[in-house]
Design a protein around this ligand. Sequence first.
Ligand SMILES: Cc1cc2nc3c(=O)[nH]c(=O)nc-3n(C[C@H](O)[C@H](O)[C@H](O)COP(=O)(O)OP(=O)(O)OC[C@H]3O[C@@H](n4cnc5c(N)ncnc54)[C@H](O)[C@@H]3O)c2cc1C
Length: 406
Amino acid sequence: MATSAAARKPEAPKALPVPNGDFYQLVELLSPEELALVKKVRAYMDSKVKPIVNKYWSDDAFPFELLPSFKELGIGGLGYEGYGCAGGSQKQFGFVAMELARVDASVCTFFGVHSGLAMGSIYLDGSEEQKQKWLPQMARWEKIGCFGLTEPLVGSAASGGLTTTAKRDGNSWILNGQKRWIGNSPWCDVSIIWARDVADNQVKGFIVENKSSPGFSVEKMEHKIALKVVQNGQITLKDVRVPEANRLQGGNSFRDTARVLRMTRYMVGWASTGIQMGAFEATLKYTQERLQFGKPIASFQLVQDLLAKMLGNVTACQCMMLRLAQLDDEGKLGDHHAALAKAFCTAKARETVSWGRELFGGNGIIADYNIGRFFADAEALYSYEGTYQMQNLIVGKAITGISAFV
Ligand SMILES: Cc1cc2nc3c(=O)[nH]c(=O)nc-3n(C[C@H](O)[C@H](O)[C@H](O)COP(=O)(O)OP(=O)(O)OC[C@H]3O[C@@H](n4cnc5c(N)ncnc54)[C@H](O)[C@@H]3O)c2cc1C
């Protein structure tokens, strides 16, 4: 007997797919050990960082309360072999960076500055003795580092234009100058400072124990509109004395600085992919839940068009970064490879987060909804570690054989 329409039970709402920014299932390419670490990082970021990060972002403050548990993740020195470092493949390193940025790009940047730029300078340009001395304690996060290259008057032109000087004086060096934008510097323990040797005009790197070095001072940079959780500082070096033992023994010209930047630009490619994953997943969820005209906004064709374009960007960047990871693991990663990925993925990130922000309507500019933070943070990734234009000039030189640098 047919049931009347009135007697029929109302249908339970259809379960909608859970947002997943890994559309091509790249996670299946990880080994079980790699996957376990990536899952651990995801669980940590979702449970510990996500609930509190918007508050810290709005307050322009670093979540020191997270440091003890963050250290427990065991990701200090990821991708480096030996010296108490976490080791592992470049692919794993990339996935971890992506997971950090999927929840918060500032936390990823904090990790990148310490483990990538500061530890990486010592790992790539330090002597055996320097690596033995510094890397184990930095891998355990007992000493936290920063990387001072950019200056108030010299950003993109750092390779040839650094004005901070290093003058040899017996068995030590005297550093003078200023550094700007230096992440972690207002509170960290160890600063890698790049300065021009007045004797041979070459850029050299110095490990400065900033808390116990007279003449070293830092002013926190205020009023940032992106990556507000990372603390950036302007460093002043006034006759700072550094022992020769703390000069990076393998850092004898800007070419050696560039090796560090190659590795960290690779990481920014992953980070800007992670931001896009986070933005895509948050946006998809919002559009599934937000009703207008009596329907979820995800049901509208124009909304699905933007969601599909966001996912296209995420997936293109993931695939590009995965191939780059293979090149890196095979020792074939060149400056031009890293530069192309950094430029492409950060540009796509800007596009992806702006579509996400658009789909949140007015709520897209409120920090509580996460997308506003992704939107602002993507701007910083686009400019730091070398701007979009600088990356494309590196690529341009490689593909044409002609340098367009002035
Ligand atoms: C959030 C944040 C964190 C940072 N953290 C650090 C850090 O920890 N350590 C560190 O050393 N630095 C850090 N930086 C500095 C960063 O690397 C520089 O901001 C970046 O290299 C650009 O330099 P600039 O800001 O001086 O811009 P500029 O060099 O003044 O560039 C301004 C504009 O001019 C363009 N331009 C310049 N020259 C050319 C050219 N020849 N052709 C075409 N276009 C050109 C640039 O692409 C850009 O669009 C950070 C920056 C930010 C924003």
